[in-house]
Design a protein around this ligand. Structure first.
Ligand code: BDP
Length: 638
C-alpha cells in the first residue's frame, strides 16, 4: 500500500457514512421477528469471499467487484457467516489482513414478496467490523460505520427494478481503524527500508483483544407491510402491586394508522390493553422482572403485542417481550425494584476458537449455563455491544447487563476532538435505540479506561454522559476508569464509579500481600472524593491452565486464586458500605494481538477459551452462591 491510501479512503468513507447514519437514526431498529404480517429469511451460512490484496486495497472499488458475480473478477474462497474471517484459513495474511474484504451470496427471494407491492423487503446485517458497504444486484443500498451494531436497508425497490427474485448480496468490509473510530487505531507506515519492504504498514491499537473482522452476526432478509411499526419504546415502573408500562409506537408509511397495544402474561392472559400510539398500560398484581438469584421467580416477561392498521386495512403486528422493573442509584446503593442489588458477575468478550467474534448459538447457550452454574447474576459487555440475541437470553434468564459501547483504547489526545465526539454520540444513539427495551440492561457504559486525565476528557465526558441521559433517563450512565482518582476528569458526571485495578499484577507483580492495603486505599479515595457507589469493574490475574505452584507464583492457577481471595476480603468489608459490585476479569481466556506479554492471548479467564474451568472458577462459584444467599430475597441451593 502506498502512502496513506487506505487511510484516506477509510476517512472519506467515514465522513460520507456518518451522514447516512444521522438520517438512519430517525428510524427504529427493531429486532426482526416473525409475526402474522412479517417473515424472516436468514441468509447467513456459506458465502464467498476475497480479500483485496492490492497495495491500495482499492482494486475492488476500481474494478467494481459489486457489479458482477465476485467469482468472475478473481479467485474466491468459502467463508462462513457469521464468523470473523481471521482464523478460518491457514493463511497468516488473511488472519492479519487490514483493508477491504469482499463477501457475496446469491439468494432467492420468494416470488410473493416481489409481486405483492404492499410488501417491504429489508436486508439487515447484525454487525460487521468495521466499515461496511452493501450492494444488492450491483446497486449500492447502504453503508455503515462501526463494528458492533446492526444496520439495514429497504431493498424492495432495487429488487423490483433489477432481476426479480434473484438477489446477489455483496458486502465489502474494512477493519481499518483511525483516530476517530471506536475503538480508535492508527495505521503506521514503516519507512526504514533496511528493515521493512516498501509500503509496509501495521495497525496500532490500544486495546487488549484481537481486532477480529468480517460479518460477525446473522444477515437477514425480512418483510413488513409498507405501513409498518418502525419503533417501540417502553419504560416501566410500579407502585405497590400495580405495574405501569408506558409505550410509544412509531409507524412509518401511514400517517393515520390505528395502533392497538395488548399486554399478555406468561400464561397468555391479556392483562392490559390500549388504543393509540402512546399511552400507559396498568397491570394489577404485577409480576416484576427480577434478576437471577434475587427472587425465586426471576426474569418474568410479559408479551406486548402491537398492531398497526393502515388506511388500506393492512395490519402490521410486532411482539415485544417486556420486563417490568425499576433501576435507581443512591450514594451507596444500586436498587432494582427498590431493593439493593449487588453485582456478582463477570466481564466477557465475544470470542472463541475458529469463529473469533462470530455469533454462535452453542457458545452463547454454553456461556449462559456457565454463568448460572457459577452463580453470576450480571455481566458487562466489555468492550463493545454484544449481539441482540445475547441480550434476549439475559432478559429471559434474569442476568443483569452493563451495556458498553466500543469506546475502548481512547488514549490519544487527538481522539478527544469534535469528530470523535460526534461519532461517539452517534454510536450511543445507535446503542440506546437498539437496547433500550431490554429489562436486563440496567446501565450504559460509554467507555473503558479512556485517558480521562487528559484535559479534553472533562468536556468530552460531560457531553457524552448528558447526551446518553437525554436518550434514556431511566438508566444510570457510567464509564470504566483505571486512572488515578485525583486526576480523573470524567467522574463528576457519572452515576456510578466503575474502577479497574490489577494490584499484584501490573503493579507490584508477585506481591499479593499488598492487595488488601492498596484496594482499601483505592475504595476510600474514590468514595471520599465523589460519594458515589463503586463497582470493581475489573480485577484478576493471568493463569495458564495446568500451571501450578505453591507458594503461588504468577501465571499459575494458585496465584490467580490468591489474587481473587485477597480482593474478596476487601469486597466483603466494603460491600457493607458503598461497594455495589465485583466483576471478574475475565469470564474466559480470549485472543489478543501478538505481544511479549501475551501467551496466545489473555489468560485471565476463570474458564479457558474452550470454556473449561480453572481453579478460580470453583472459588468464585462458592463465593457467588454464598453472596446470593446473603443478599437475595430467598435461599438458593448451590
Ligand atoms: C484492563 C483492560 C482489559 C484488559 C485487561 C488486561 O480494560 O481490556 O484485557 O486490562 O490487561 O485494563 O488483562
Amino acid at each position: 500500500m502506498g502512502s496513506s491510501g487506505a487511510e484516506r479512503a477509510a476517512e472519506r468513507l467515514l465522513l460520507a457514512a456518518l451522514c447516512s447514519v444521522c438520517q438512519a437514526l430517525q428510524d427504529g431498529m427493531l429486532f426482526p421477528t416473525e409475526s402474522p404480517s412479517r417473515e424472516v429469511k436468514d441468509v447467513s451460512g456459506l458465502w464467498i469471499f476475497r480479500a483485496d490484496e492490492s497495495p491500495e486495497r482499492s482494486r475492488g472499488f476500481e474494478q467494481q467487484w459489486y457489479k458482477s458475480p465476485l467469482a468472475e473478477t478473481g479467485p474466491v474462497i468459502d467463508m462462513p457467516v457469521p464468523s470473523s474471517y481471521n482464523d478460518i484459513t491457514q493463511d497468516a495474511q488473511i488472519r492479519d489482513f487490514i483493508g477491504w474484504v469482499w463477501y457475496e451470496k446469491d439468494v432467492w427471494v420468494p416470488a410473493r414478496w416481489i409481486q405483492d407491492r404492499g410488501t417491504r423487503i429489508v436486508l439487515r446485517v447484525g454487525s460487521a467490523h468495521y466499515y461496511s458497504v452493501l450492494w444488492v444486484n450491483g446497486v449500492k443500498v447502504t453503508e455503515h460505520v462501526g463494528g458492533h451494531l446492526p444496520f439495514e436497508a429497504d431493498i424492495s425497490g432495487v429488487l423490483r427494478q433489477t432481476s426479480g427474485n434473484q438477489c446477489r448480496i455483496t458486502i465489502a468490509v474494512n477493519n481499518t481503524l483511525t483516530l476517530e473510530t471506536l475503538p480508535p487505531g492508527t495505521i503506521q507506515y514503516m519507512t526504514d527500508r533496511s528493515r521493512y519492504p516498501a509500503g509496509y504498514f501495521v495497525q496500532n491499537t490500544n486495546f487488549d483483544f484481537f481486532n477480529y473482522a468480517g460479518i460477525h452476526r446473522p444477515v437477514l432478509l425480512y418483510t413488513t407491510p409498507k405501513a409498518h411499526i418502525d419503533d417501540i419504546t417502553v419504560e416501566t415502573t410500579f407502585s405497590d402491586n400495580i405495574g405501569l408500562v408506558s409505550f410509544n409506537v412509531s409507524v412509518l408509511g401511514s400517517s393515520k394508522a390505528a395502533v392497538k397495544v395488548t399486554l399478555s402474561a406468561q400464561d397468555g392472559r391479556c392483562v392490559a390493553s390500549a388504543d393509540g400510539s402512546r399511552g400507559v398500560l396498568k397491570v394489577t398484581d404485577v409480576n416484576l422482572w427480577w434478576p437471577y438469584l434475587m427472587h425465586e421467580n426471576p426474569a418474568y416477561l410479559y408479551s406486548m403485542e402491537v398492531q398497526a392498521t393502515a388506511e388500506d386495512g393492512q395490519t402490521d403486528v410486532y411482539t415485544l417481550p417486556v420486563g417490568i422493573r425499576t433501576v435507581k442509584v443512591t450514594s451507596t446503593q444500586f436498587l432494582i425494584n427498590n431493593k439493593p442489588f449487588y453485582f456478582h458477575g463477570v466481564n466477557k468478550h465475544e470470542d472463541a476458537d475458529i469463529r473469533g467474534k462470530g455469533f454462535d448459538w452453542p457458545l452463547v447457550v454454553k456461556d449462559f449455563n456457565l454463568m448460572k452454574w457459577m452463580g453470576a447474576n450480571s455481566f458487562r459487555t466489555s468492550h463493545y455491544p454484544y449481539a441482540e440475541e445475547i441480550l434476549q437470553m439475559a432478559d429471559r434468564h434474569g442476568i443483569v447487563i452493563i451495556d458498553e459501547c466500543p469506546g475502548v483504547g481512547i488514549k490519544d489526545i487527538r481522539s478527544f476532538g469534535n469528530v470523535s465526539l460526534a461519532h461517539h454520540l452517534t454510536v450511543m444513539e445507535e446503542l440506546v435505540r437498539r437496547d433500550k427495551n431490554h429489562p436486563s440492561v440496567v446501565m450504559w457504559s460509554v467507555a473503558n479506561e479512556p485517558a480521562s486525565e487528559m484535559p479534553p476528557a472533562g468536556f468530552y465526558f460531560k457531553e457524552l454522559v448528558s447526551h446518553t441521559r437525554s436518550l434514556d433517563s431511566s438508566r444510570p450512565v457510567t464509564y470504566i476508569t483505571a486512572s488515578n482518582y485525583a486526576r480523573d476528569l470524567g467522574a463528576p458526571y457519572v452515576d456510578v464509579i466503575c474502577v479497574n485495578s490489577y494490584f499484584s499484577w501490573y503493579q507490584d507483580p508477585g506481591h499479593t500481600e499488598l492487595i488488601g492495603l492498596q484496594l482499601n486505599t483505592q475504595f476510600d479515595n474514590w468514595y471520599g472524593k465523589y460519594q458515589k457507589p463503586i463497582i470493581q469493574s475489573e480485577y484478576g490475574a493471568d493463569a495458564v491452565p495446568g500451571l501450578h505452584s505453591d507458594p503461588p507464583m504468577m501465571f499459575t492457577e494458585e496465584y490467580q486464586k490468591t489474587v481473587l481471595q485477597n480482593y474478596h476480603n476487601v469486597f466483603d468489608q466494603k460491600r457493607k458500605e458503598f461497594v455495589i459490585g465485583e466483576l471478574i476479569w475475565n469470564f474466559a481466556d480470549f485472543m489478543t494481538s501478538q505481544s511479549i506479554i501475551r501467551v496466545v492471548g489473555n489468560k485471565k479467564g476463570i474458564f479457558t477459551r474452550q470454556r473449561q474451568p480453572k481453579a478460580g472458577a470453583f472459588l468464585l462459584r462458592e463465593r457467588y452462591w454464598r453472596i446470593a444467599n446473603e443478599t437475595g430475597n430467598t435461599l438458593f441451593k448451590l
